[in-house]
Design a binder for this molecule. Structure first.
Ligand SMILES: Nc1ncnc2c1ncn2[C@@H]1O[C@H](COP(=O)(O)OP(=O)(O)OP(=O)(O)O)[C@@H](O)[C@H]1O
Length: 512
């Protein structure tokens, strides 16, 4: 509007200038007396033009006041002086004109407010449309079997705060995060973005339905990925005194809550094995490092070798790992605490209590339908990966350096698998590391998988944050083929018979 007015003003001023020049010309030629009629006509068109120019100037001033955020106070004397200062002496001749400017101003301010309200409405609509579009896109991707990826930004740590506390990561909406890079902002899209304000409960609410899937007979994997100190253990396990329990303890409760609710329709059996992958060696966490199983002597006086195998349906299992049954969430949690006591952790410069191994908690849920006798077998794998790190930054030396190298090697093998899967290459190098073997059914396999990429908000971790986000974006492109593992009553019975026969037991006719 201001531009249109400016153009009209320039045009009117031009016209007035030309008219003035023509008039002076005619006076100099002293033909005024010869053409009295023409002169009067020119006089009247001049005054009309002057009037038009003044009108535009007044509007221009009013618009300019609005643009700069000033408001004209209709104090007649001051306003006249003020307007004349800008427009030149004699341009505002009456207080009526000032009042008219004031009225125009009020009108324009009103129009501007309406335009601003409309603009806000359009932006709000656009944002909610964009959010809905992303939500539906994610739902479609989920239905196609794409791995879901959440991004969690942890709060600024004290060390980061001491280093200036510059924030380089910002959540744009529920599904997007923007990172300030030296080349400008870079945006990443995920299935959900959680900020430092998001509670453990908030995160778990979006995770909960996967627990139901595991109980329904699906193979489910939830894993946390990120640089050391980015919040993986906080997300998966929780804080040390369990004031903010993470996904693992919450899942234990959720499993038994669901079981309780369905106990009239199903018979359940919950068992678990817990492993750590330390220096590329799989260790059974139900066996203490000294080699003694908790409460039991080690078989043949030796620690059993744990090997990763896949059954005919492609589901990964740990052969040789001790599997323990749990009858309540408390029992499962007690088993978990037992396992954690055997883990390798140590302090790095980046994290006072850093996990130096990958933690793998596998919970198997067998359920028998009491109505038709069918049996489903679900598996919930909860994985807290060790943190990717740069040795120089973490201050690792000697055996810590060996740990760091081994962690980085396994994560790099995981990266190769992810790259191959996201690029849909014919060969996926699962066999290059134990970690990729453990996760074979979760990445490109038959599992419903959720990855949580944990990141720091600080500028000082920018490089690692970008690496993690690029990595996570690739994971998002991987498609799994999740299938429910259910067997009919007859097959389940026959399998039971085979197990009994193999163990030397006798089988009666009525068992078949
Ligand atoms: N969302 C969060 N809210 C509050 N504190 C957090 C959050 N995330 C992480 N922290 C804190 O940040 C610190 C580092 O987190 P954590 O130990 O979970 O990192 P990590 O990624 O598991 O590190 P590492 O790979 O070295 O084991 C811990 O003190 C943790 O309590």
């Amino acid at each position: 509007m201001i531009e249109e007015n400016r153009a009209a003003l320039v045009e009117a001023r031009d016209k007035l200038g030309r008219e003035q020049m023509a008039r002076e010309d005619s006076i100099s030629k002293e033909d005024k007396s010869n053409d009295q009629e023409g002169f009067a006509e020119s006089e009247s068109s001049m005054s009309l033009l002057q009037e038009t120019v003044r009108g535009y100037e007044v509007s221009y001033l009013a618009l300019d006041c609005i643009k700069t955020g000033e408001s004209l106070v209709i104090n007649e004397c001051d306003a006249v002086a003020e307007l004349e200062d800008i427009l030149g002496q004699g341009t505002i001749r009456t207080t009526e004109e000032v009042k008219s400017v004031g009225q125009q101003l009020l009108l324009l301010q009103d129009q501007l407010k309406q335009v601003k309200d409309e603009k806000k409405k359009i932006i709000d609509n656009y944002t909610s449309e964009r959010t809905m579009r992303k939500k539906y896109y994610n739902m479609v991707e989920d239905m196609k079997g794409k791995i879901r990826v959440f991004c969690r930004i942890r709060p600024l740590s004290r060390t980061e705060d001491a280093q200036g506390g510059v924030i380089a990561v910002e959540k744009i909406d529920d599904f997007s995060v923007s990172v300030d890079t030296p080349r400008g902002p870079r945006e990443f899209q995920f299935d959900k973005v959680f900020t430092a304000e998001a509670s453990q409960e908030d995160l778990f609410q979006d995770t909960n339905r996967l627990i139901q899937s595991a109980i329904d007979g699906y193979n489910v994997c939830i894993f946390a990925y990120g640089q050391t100190g980015s919040g993986k253990t906080f997300t998966m396990v929780g804080d040390k005194d369990q004031k903010n329990p993470g996904i693992m303890p919450r899942s234990f409760n959720a499993i038994f809550d669901i079981i309780r609710e369905s106990s009239t329709k199903f018979d359940f059996k919950v068992s678990a094995y817990m492993l750590e992958l330390y220096n590329d060696r799989l260790q059974d966490l139900f066996v203490s490092p000294a080699g003694e199983a908790h409460g039991q002597p080690p078989s043949h006086g030796q620690v059993r070798r744990v090997e990763i195998k896949r059954n005919r349906k492609g589901v990964v299992f740990a052969q040789g790992a001790e599997t323990k049954e749990a009858f309540s969430a408390q029992e499962l949690y007690a088993l978990f605490l037992q396992a954690c006591a055997n883990r390798h952790i140590s302090a790095t410069k980046m994290n006072v209590e850093s996990s130096r191994s990958h933690l793998i908690v596998c919970i198997m849920v067998d359920s028998r339908n009491l109505t038709n006798g069918s049996v489903s077998t679900g598996k919930l794998s909860l994985v807290d990966l060790a943190g990717s790190e740069r040795a120089a930054k973490t201050g690792a030396k000697d055996h810590q350096l060996k740990e760091a190298n081994s962690i980085n090697k396994s994560l790099s093998a995981l990266g190769d698998v992810i790259s191959a899967l996201s690029a849909e290459l014919p060969h996926v190098p699962y066999r290059n590391s134990k970690l990729t073997q453990v996760m074979q059914d979760s990445l490109g396999g038959n599992a419903k998988t959720l990855m949580i990429v944990n990141i720091s908000p600080s500028e000082c971790n920018l490089e690692e944050t970008l690496t993690s986000l690029v990595y996570a974006t690739r994971v998002k492109a991987i498609t799994n083929n999740a299938q429910r593992h259910v067997e009919s009553k007859v097959i389940a019975q026959l399998k039971e018979v085979i197990i009994r026969l193999r163990s030397g037991q006798t089988v009666e006719d009525e068992d078949v």
